[in-house]
Design a protein around this ligand. Structure first.
Ligand SMILES: Cc1ncc(COP(=O)(O)O)c(C=O)c1O
Length: 368
């Protein structure tokens, strides 16, 4: 296959074509360096400049205040599930709150429970994670636990396709957010958070690098007995280079954040584009609700992962096969939700979403 397909993968996911072209152009020789990004020392001036630009791009896109560190860590978001309780719990605050709105929140809670007795302050399990606590009365109410070290939530549940529109209010309790699957798709008020983390392989780059944005005071006094790599303060003190960092991933993240700033025009613009694209698909679900059943309650639908089911398993298989024959790929839903998941991250071109929309309309006409 030599032509690019429309790739609706949930991650690693589609990247901007101009970024891929730049990587290709500089694959053999970074300008002025004489070698590729993968062949130069992380201590070289060239790499240090790339890392500094990646950090400053993130700082300017998200308006990150100076009292926050921007760290690049390996181990994916899953390692954060452990590093967060290891660094933020203390003998004085041995427990934290978790809002469980889908599969990833559950995974993060399971890891955290190895370090203390976490409190589930809200869970959407009973309705198979089709809603959020902020979604009106149907979502239920929750309260932060006094003396919780932090409250953890997942802003966008990649598998179920539910996404918070607002930031949960925790008062003085530091808010910790897994933004893995909606990072950099909208402006965020970083000052409302204690810690934000996101693996790169959806909106920010290739697999292998995870961004952690953390308030400096939260990590300053953490015990030095933690394994060195798992202590945030060590990454901060070494400017994310306590060991060899994922140089290629950081380089691509720099190119993607350049693209967001220069080609897209910032995160407000990105959010507008994402909203318009997601609407194309949700409109088809709403207009054909006897055929397509959206998983998420309408008020918490994700702009990143559109999840829906068809009337039968046979029709789902037919949908996937016919879509694939039209170069619409990686649309199968996760087995816990079934049906279809169209991941339409930042780099998905509008033409891809339009093509899927047209296909969905035709498929419904022909099969209902
Ligand atoms: C919301 C969310 N959190 C965490 C993860 C896990 O990320 P990783 O595979 O980098 O550990 C994913 C991966 O898809 C995710 O979507």
């Amino acid at each position: 296959m030599s032509e690019r397909v429309y790739n609706f993968s949930a991650g690693p996911a589609v990247m901007p074509i101009t970024v891929l072209e730049k990587i290709q152009e500089h694959m053999l020789c970074l300008p002025g360096v004489g070698a590729s990004i993968m062949e130069i020392s992380h201590r070289s001036e060239a790499f240090k400049e790339i890392l500094a630009s990646a950090q400053s791009n993130l700082r300017s896109l998200l308006a990150i205040p100076d009292d926050y560190e921007v760290l690049f860590i390996q181990g994916g978001s899953r390692l954060q599930f452990s590093m967060i309780p290891m660094n933020l719990l203390s003998p004085e605050q041995p427990s934290a709150d978790y809002l469980i709105t889908g599969a990833w929140g559950k995974h993060s809670l399971n890891e955290a429970n190895k370090h203390g007795d976490m409190k589930t302050v809200w869970s959407g399990q009973d309705t198979n994670f089709d809603r959020l606590p902020s979604s009106g009365d149907s979502g239920g109410k929750w309260r932060p636990t006094p003396n919780a070290a932090y409250l953890h939530y997942t802003s966008n549940e990649t598998i179920q396709g539910v996404q918070f529109k607002d930031v949960p209010d925790t008062g003085d309790t530091p808010l910790v957010c897994d933004m893995s699957s909606d990072f950099l798709h909208r402006p965020v008020d970083v000052s409302k958070y204690g810690l934000i983390y996101a693996c790169a392989q959806k909106n920010a780059g290739p697999a292998g690098v995870t961004v952690v944005i953390v308030r400096k005071d939260l990590i300053a006094d953490v015990s030095e007995d933690l394994p060195g790599y798992l202590r945030y303060q060590n990454h901060a003190a070494a400017d994310s280079m306590m060991n060899t960092p994922p140089t290629f991933g950081i380089y691509v993240l720099k190119l993607i954040t350049d693209w967001l700033q220069e080609d897209i025009g910032g995160l407000a613009k990105m959010h507008e584009l994402n909203g318009a694209q997601a609407k194309l698909l949700y409109d088809v679900l709403d207009a054909n609700s006897e055929f397509y059943e959206g998983h998420a309650q309408p008020e918490c639908r994700s702009l990143m992962n559109v999840t829906f089911r068809l009337p039968s398993k046979e029709l789902t298989q037919k949908f996937l096969a016919e879509a694939a024959s039209k170069e619409l790929k990686s649309l199968a839903g996760h087995r816990s939700v079934g049906g279809i998941r169209a991941s339409i991250y930042n780099a998905m071109p509008t033409s891809g979403v339009e093509c899927l929309r047209d296909f969905m309309e035709d498929f419904c006409k022909q099969n209902s």
